[in-house]
Design a protein around this ligand. Structure first.
Ligand code: ADP
Ligand code: MG
Length: 635
């Protein structure tokens, strides 16, 4: 005596109301009574259970092929009934016996859930909704959108079917059900949608959620738009990353990259591997070939998705360090529990192991790319070098590797790039340091007077124009035992390195008159400069400013100042080229012309500032001096 249109208990087993286990009751109470911002997750949970059931059957059928009967292909079907306000999620997976249903849908076996319930109860409103979204609370999340949930299930190989039913209000009932009202195998979950959730019976909503959250579940998903319609496939069940690398074409990788990462370019590098052993996971990651617009947004997080057994969990897990935040793709873990919270994820030793493994892999593959395909590596470096260099001071352990990967413009690079390895290999006799000049603009750097003495001696200088350069250069000890040294800081110390065109003539002595002039300049500038001295780094310009030996590089100071973090504001050193015609001429001006000499010193100081991309401290005084000096010249 059964009604085929509606699943009712067969009359020999009257449905008896049973209480939920206390923790389930609390969880359900929250589901029903809190305000949720993102209820979409319920579908992900039901689909993931359906997919799990198909995977379990696949596994059991290895031993007992008969379980598959004449229906070997796993499938998930979502049927919408907008008019009736129903949503059905059905699978042909392993199904549940009556006892299994009571156990699975009446208790909370998972240990983390109890703690979760306590946390959500302690949190309020919106926050608790977020927690649920991040956590994934499994089957019970159905009660966020339904007043009543009916589950009819038939265990594979069994000739009994069971109906589980509940309104989420503290009790559920279980009863036998006629086979005609049950799926031939597997589970049918029927949601009687509540007033606020009717849109979940609409095709577009369903399709959107499935594509966004479950598109890579390893079971095909079909949608029946309204009762009587044919099912239409909306996800093909192919999780690309689970297939062997050798069977995946370059185009398939690129398509997947573009759809999964929302990119439009070609990946510059594809990393696909399965880690086995202590931690089992698959990673499919891509390095884009173009820089996304928000690369330097401080809020920008990584863009790697975390899956657990092919079910999407979060794109918020820090699967790579910040300096690899340009990498797109996913990690699919076989070890993490599906109902893991974001906080638990971040503290999980499994995640730490994945992070370590993946970081090593990405850096290792970049090293290989640099070795085997320098042109492609250079496009990666052009797009993401600035970000990678953050790792030089953020990740001490990887510092040497990242420095070896780094590419630089230099006085010897032309339009190309130089590595530190090639720099060190080409160092001059007696050269002990890796020289660099940091500044805001590559063209200004190339024209800097600081480079003159180095150019004359053929000593290569790295030209560092990324803001991050001023940071790593101050924290790094060196590369292959050679320290980094700014050419705009301290004494240049070039005396030991032979000039390229020098016919072995000794560096010209600073004449007594010039020495007197330098002493006069020092006295005139007073505390505007921390020192005034003869320079061995200048060959063409008369003057330049350098930072004192000890203290921050001038470029770093400027960056700090523009970030509102003014440091001690150390005074620069004015270096004067003792062989420059202007300097030797000024040295000859008599002491009686003190006013002119003072003007000249102040102008030289301002000139050095201008060469450094700064402005004269006092424009009015500057133009007054300039006028007086020109006037004298015209006398
Ligand atoms: P989890 O999936 O993390 O175990 P859920 O709350 O989502 O937690 O589901 C609880 C249990 O209910 C599952 O472990 C499974 O045993 C059972 N279950 C839920 N949905 C299905 C289904 N469609 N087919 C078979 N078993 C299911
Ligand atoms: Mg589940």
């Amino acid at each position: 005596m059964t009604d085929a249109a509606d699943a009712k208990p067969a009359d020999h087993t009257p449905a008896e109301a049973r209480p939920f286990e206390a923790d389930v009751a609390r969880l359900l109470h929250m589901m029903v009574h809190s305000v949720y911002s993102d209820r979409d997750v319920f579908l992900r949970e039901l689909i993931s259970n359906a997919a799990d059931a198909c995977e379990k059957l696949r596994f059991e059928a290895i031993q007992t092929p008969a379980l598959l009967g004449d229906d070997p292909k796993p499938r998930i079907t979502i049927s919408a009934d907008a008019e009736g306000g129903h949503l059905v999620v059905e699978d042909n997976g392993v199904g549940m016996s009556a006892d299994e249903m009571v156990e699975a849908l009446g208790t909370i076996a998972r240990s983390g859930t109890k703690a979760f319930v306590e946390r959500v109860e302690a949190a309020q409103g919106k926050e608790s909704a977020q927690l649920i979204g991040q956590f994934g609370v499994g089957f019970y999340s159905a009660f966020m959108v339904a007043d009543r949930v009916d589950v009819v299930s038939r265990r594979a190989g069994s000739d009994a079917a069971t109906l589980w039913s509940s309104d989420g209000q503290g009790t559920f009932s279980v009863s036998a059900v006629d086979l005609a009202d049950a799926p031939a195998r597997g589970t049918r979950v029927t949601l009687h949608l509540n007033e606020e959730s009717k849109s979940y019976a609409e095709r577009w909503t369903l399709e959107r959620i499935v594509k966004a959250q479950s598109g890579h579940v390893p079971v095909p998903i079909s949608l029946v738009e309204k009762p009587g319609d044919e099912p239409a496939e909306i996800a093909d069940g192919a999780a690309l990353w689970t297939r062997p690398k050798s069977e995946i074409s370059k185009e398939e990788y690129a398509d997947f990259y573009r759809s999964a990462a929302g990119q439009f370019d070609e990946p510059a590098m594809t990393i696909h591997y399965r880690a086995e052993g202590r931690h089992e996971y698959t990673a499919l990651a891509f390095v884009p070939s173009t820089q996304p617009f928000d690369m330097f947004d401080p809020e920008r997080k990584g863009r790697l998705k975390l899956y657990v057994k092919r079910v999407f969990i979060t794109d918020d897990a820090e699967l790579l360090p910040r300096y690899l935040r340009f990498v797109r793709g996913l990690v699919d873990s076989a070890d993490l529990p599906l109902n893991v919270s974001r906080e638990m994820i971040q503290q999980s030793p499994i995640l730490a192991a994945i992070r370590k493994g993946l970081t090593n892999r990405v850096i290792g593959d970049l090293e290989k790319l640099a070795e085997n395909d320098p042109a492609t590596f250079e496009t990666v470096w052009e797009a993401f070098g600035q970000v990678l260099k953050e790792g030089v001071y953020e990740d001490y352990e990887k510092q040497a590797q990242l420095l070896a990967l780094a590419r630089f413009r230099s006085t010897a690079s032309g339009e190309g790039w130089r590595s530190l390895k090639s720099y060190v290999a080409d160092m001059k006799e007696n050269q002990t340091a890796i020289y660099y000049l940091a500044g805001g603009n590559p063209d200004q750097l190339k024209a800097s007077p600081h480079l003159e003495g180095f150019r004359a001696r053929g000593v290569e200088v790295l030209l560092l124009s990324d803001p991050v350069d001023s940071f790593w250069t101050t924290t790094v000890q060196g590369f292959e035992g050679k320290p980094f040294k700014s050419v705009s800081q301290g004494a240049a110390d070039l005396a030991l390195i032979k000039a390229e065109d020098a016919e072995d003539k000794p560096a010209p002595e600073t004449s007594e008159a010039v020495a007197d002039f330098i002493a006069f300049a020092k006295a005139t500038l007073g505390d505007q400069a921390s020192d005034v001295r003869a320079s061995d780094r200048l060959t063409e310009s008369a003057v330049c400013l350098v930072a004192p030996d000890h203290g921050p590089d001038r470029q770093l100071e400027k960056i700090m100042a523009s970030a509102g973090r003014a440091g001690a504001g150390s005074k620069p050193v004015l270096e004067i080229n003792p062989t420059h015609a202007l300097v030797t001429a000024l040295a000859k001006v008599g002491a009686e012309e003190a006013g002119f000499r003072e003007d000249a010193v102040a102008l030289l100081f301002d000139e050095a500032k201008i060469l450094d991309g700064e402005r004269p401290a006092d424009p009015k005084a500057f133009s007054g001096r300039l006028a007086r000096v020109l006037e004298r010249a015209l006398r």
